[in-house]
Design a protein around this ligand. Structure first.
Ligand code: NAD
Ligand code: TYD
Length: 354
């Protein structure tokens, strides 16, 4: 194999798209998909690539330093794309310790495994890369008319989730500055698409519309997010992993800002149309509820550096991406039922141990 790439969090939403892209695009790379299979990780997301000869799966916890070192050695890992994390803001508000543990200490454990293993090899850091996948939420919140986040926007996280991701970003940069670890960091806006766990806005609301359950819009619904189709994120990660500069940061975004309430109305229209419901029939499900604590008003990413230096741009128009996404969730009801009931989790627990 030409390269041995470790993709952490590969059974999660974005990770599974990255694994699929790399397995299919680079048959001469060995892709080691590493995941703890928490509630958010699901090997069902990778069914179509699991038989490929260049794919292997390791169930492990990134916080387990000895296990991480053993995996680096076993597969002679020379590149890491690190996505494993706790990723949902509402959960971080309820349980901040888990976020600090996984996102901060887990990232540190992986960095230290990379450092010690790579430093012990004769070629040391030559040909190596540690790509850390992060979020635009580390930059805090923008005013409604307050420009976009750039790579030099100061960090100002507000939620335990974004604080834990910010901390992990700092550790990654510190490992470059202190030890010379060849790192690169990407900060991306909100992703959407197939295989997203239905606790996040878009899959949750598609499922609720189908089941005629309330659609809980936080606060006034005027918060703004910048949405990117997940496969476009995976392509951006491919570009940065291979061609991005060492110790650089690249913002990744969709140039696609939507107020939550407008997005919810688009979802309602799309799901109703695809289900053959009378127009507007699910509008009545929209329910304004108490706002999320510390709810960031607006995120918007300036990804012109990535476009200028590496030639990446989002490929999909939002309406097209939403239509594709809604169709996927409606066509894959079994996936939705099984992830919400925990059925897959139980199945893989029996296969791989608790
Ligand atoms: P996700 O929650 O769907 O998946 C996370 C994966 O990490 C799961 O498969 C889970 O089992 C695994 N995991 C969790 N703890 C682990 C541990 N201790 N050891 C090994 N594996 C573990 O998340 P996602 O939405 O796919 O996000 C992936 C990454 O991208 C995260 O780092 C997140 O911060 C970042 N990100 C997400 C978005 C977004 O919109 N979803 C946007 C920008 C950046
Ligand atoms: P989410 O998908 O949780 O992503 P993030 O918090 O990382 O941006 O939420 C997207 C937006 O939708 C955010 O402004 C919070 C809002 N939201 C609701 O209004 N209701 C919901 O039930 C959820 C899950 C989110």
């Amino acid at each position: 194999m030409k390269r041995n790439i470790l993709i952490t969090g590969g059974a999660g939403f974005i990770g599974s798209h990255v694994v699929r892209l790399f397995v299919e695009k680079y048959p001469d790379y060995r892709i080691v998909c590493l995941d703890k299979l928490t509630y958010a990780g699901n090997l069902e997301n990778l069914r179509d690539v699991e038989q490929r000869p260049n794919y292997v799966f390791e169930r492990a916890d990134i916080c387990d330093f000895e296990a991480m070192k053993a995996i680096f050695r076993k597969y002679a890992v020379d590149g890491v794309i690190h996505l494993a994390a706790e990723s949902h803001v509402d959960r971080s508000i309820r349980d901040p310790f888990t976020f600090a543990h996984t996102n901060v200490l887990g990232t540190l454990s992986l960095l230290e495994a990379a450092r010690t293993e790579w430093e012990s090899r004769p070629e040391r850091y030559e040909g190596k890369r540690f790509h850390h996948v992060s979020t635009d939420e580390v930059y805090g919140a923008l005013e409604a008319d307050g420009g976009c986040f750039t790579e030099t926007t100061p960090y100002a996280p507000h939620s335990p989730y974004s604080a834990s991701k910010a901390s992990s970003d700092h550790f990654v940069r510190a490992f470059h500055d202190t030890y010379g670890l060849p790192t690169v960091v990407t900060n991306c806006s909100n992703n959407y698409g197939p295989y997203q766990f239905p606790e996040k806005l878009i899959p949750l609301f598609i499922n609720n519309i189908r089941q005629r359950r309330p659609l809980p819009v936080y606060g006034t619904g005027c918060n703004v997010r910048d949405w990117l189709y997940v496969e476009d994120h995976a392509l951006a990660l491919d570009a940065v992993f291979h061609r991005g500069g060492t110790a650089e940061t690249y913002n990744i975004g969709g140039f696609n800002e939507w107020r939550n309430i407008d997005l919810v109305r688009l979802l309602v229209r799309t799901v109703d149309r695809l289900l053959g419901n009378p127009e507007g029939c699910s509008e009545e499900l929209i329910t304004f509820v108490a706002d999320r604590a510390g709810h960031d008003l607006r995120y918007a990413i300036d990804s012109s550096k990535l476009e200028r230096e590496l030639g990446w741009r989002p490929s999909l128009q939002f309406e097209e991406g939403i239509e594709k996404t809604v169709r996927w969730y409606l066509d894959n009801q079994e996936w939705m039922d099984n992830v919400t009931s925990g059925e897959y989790r139980e199945y893989y627990r029996q296969m791989y141990g608790k």
